[in-house]
Ligand binder design. Sequence first.
Ligand code: SAM
Length: 256
Amino acid sequence: MRRLLIIGIGAGDPDHMTVQAIDALNSADVVLVPEKEGKDGLAALRHDICRRFMTRTDWRTVAYKVPKRAAPDLSYRQVVDDWHEAIGDIWGRLLSEDVKDGETAAYLVWGDPSIYDSTLRIVERLAAKGDVAFDYEVIPGITSIQALAARHRIALNTIGGPIHVTTGRRLGQEGPGTADSIVVMLDGELAFTTVDADEFDIYWGANLGTESEVAIAGRLSEKSSEITEARAKARDKAGWVMDTYLLRRKDNGAKE
Ligand SMILES: C[S@@+](CC[C@H](N)C(=O)[O-])C[C@H]1O[C@@H](n2cnc3c(N)ncnc32)[C@H](O)[C@@H]1O
């Protein structure tokens, strides 16, 4: 039986690697390395982590090109579904051809695999197909949400209050509703500019844990353009930008 380890590596800082993640990495004979066009910064972190934490010498990498997602002329869900299927097919081939029976393969997931990451859905689907027999295990990692909260020294919830986690796309389409604490990820469209700026404070961070990290907090009405500029600068510096933020409805005990 082959074994696949899905390892959360943290949100950009190699120091986010947990002892459990380092141990899991060192139990791998093979590390699967995705290669995405134009995302060298992200691939670099995976390589740094292997160089820094792999203590065994008899491991190998297997690189593969991540297929491009189709343009969304079908429904968004259908496009993502087809894309997962295509990646699953590649993984199926890699597992049966590049990983021997009895060996362990590792796949390093940015942040933690439980949040806005397709890996576990792809793996579940692959396991259900049954073309290649494997067992899999998940090792948790520090998410960008935790990195954001630590950077700003804040709790994400108000006392006893819920946290709404969403994407920039949905915030833009649906608005903030009545939520007091909204965590926004995957926001390529500056969705914070679509909410009533007088209602919220913002705790924002881009490229957290990396050399191009930038973090800004304050009244949304005062910080919106500063964040927009800082985001563009972070992208220029690193060649990529990923940002996460908490919108906190005012007068709700931001630091409780
Ligand atoms: C595909 S999701 C991956 C989330 C990841 N699984 C996690 O646990 O954070 C990518 C989104 O995560 C957030 N993100 C990831 N790394 C980040 C970082 N270093 N700084 C700020 N946000 C980050 C951004 O919202 C980005 O659009």
